[in-house]
Design a protein around this ligand. Structure first.
Ligand code: DON
Length: 326
């Protein structure tokens, strides 16, 4: 078993102070609701709030409840998409899962009218189809390949929250309906229950906010974990993962997010958000109060503020307003 590496303590410089200011500013924001579609998620503390930034040269900046564990949920989707691309290549994956934003909720039961593909790998239907593509003989080998991929991203072994997994599995009728619909159109193979179990398991992986930031930083660093220097994904697929995160990662808020924040990102119903600043840094935010689209309320506000104050929007042609990491 590999161990969690110790944090590389960054000097308490301007970026650390900036993150602390942001944390103080948004802690009083108590809008939103906890995910409650299964009892385990409704037990979260609405006050939990953490921000973490990790640069591509391995500097770690943390504030708040950054070691609080929660389940990764939909943030897993982009990473599993990367593994499916490695397993089959771009064209084969594209024949089963599209790359179009939907404008619909993440759990909408909708497939492309002509191709019958799910719209993109970030919504539930597309994520189930992506997961169904993972190679391996039987459920154990497929799960182990997926866990090993996540281990490379976070830099330590990852475990599944069994009670969340069991609840997802026993209540996930909507996901099951989507899987059967996709089987009807030949978008997933006959191992329907195996694919669904694997999908529920990926959603139930336990992470903390620091893990989110290192996963984002790994994507920012062309697929190499900046703390362990281990490669998590082939560099040619980082572009594909970031593209769908950019256009679809925040569901039916993706357009406004792209407009205001301008970074590839992904959210999950436990309140995590990752955002990637290519070649610079990964951002993780965790706060379980959600807005109506299933995105963390504090998480969205922190990322908007961070992007504006640091000039991180990808299409911002002005130089950074502040250079806080130097
Ligand atoms: O499939 C589901 O319903 C959940 N396990 C994952 C949902 C999720 O995180 C959607 N995002 N905000």
């Amino acid at each position: 078993m590999s161990q969690k590496p110790d944090s590389i303590e960054a000097d308490r410089g301007p970026l650390q102070r900036f993150l602390e200011d942001l944390h103080r500013k948004y802690q009083p924001l108590c809008e939103g609701h906890l995910a409650n579609y299964i009892p385990e998620l409704a037990k979260a503390n609405p006050d939990w709030f953490a921000i973490c930034v990790i640069t591509v040269d391995g500097q770690v900046y943390t504030v708040g409840d950054f070691e609080q564990l929660f389940t990764i949920q939909s943030i897993s989707k982009g990473f599993v998409y990367g593994l499916a691309l490695e397993d089959h290549g771009r064209d084969a994956v594209l024949s089963k899962v599209g790359v179009e934003p939907t404008g619909d909720a993440f759990n909408a039961i909708v497939l492309d009218e002509h191709s019958k593909r799910p719209y993109n790998p970030m919504v539930n239907a597309g994520a189930i189809a992506t997961t169904s593509l993972l190679k391996g003989v039987g459920p154990t080998e497929r799960l182990n390949r997926m866990l090993d991929m996540f281990r490379c991203y976070v830099g330590h072994d990852v475990v599944i929250d069994i009670s969340v997994f069991m609840s997802e599995r026993t209540t996930g009728f909507r996901n099951r309906a989507m899987a059967y619909l996709m089987r009807n159109f030949g978008m997933i193979d006959e191992r329907i229950d195996e694919a669904l179990d694997l999908y529920f398991q990926q959603c139930s992986l336990m992470v903390d906010c620091r893990d989110l930031a290192v996963m984002a930083a790994t994507l920012a660093n062309r697929g190499i974990n900046p703390i362990t220097q281990e490669r998590a994904v082939q560099p040619c697929y980082v572009r594909d993962i970031l593209t769908v995160m950019y256009s679809c990662g925040m569901y039916n808020f993706a357009g406004e997010w792209a407009y205001k924040v301008g970074l590839p990102a992904k959210s999950g119903v436990c309140g995590g958000i990752i955002a990637v600043v290519p070649n610079q840094m990964g951002i993780g935010v965790f706060s379980p109060l959600l807005d109506g689209r299933g995105n963390s309320v504090r998480g969205v506000r922190v990322c908007e503020d961070l992007s504006t104050r640091l000039g991180l929007h990808l299409f911002d042609c002005q130089t950074s307003l502040l250079n806080l990491t130097s």
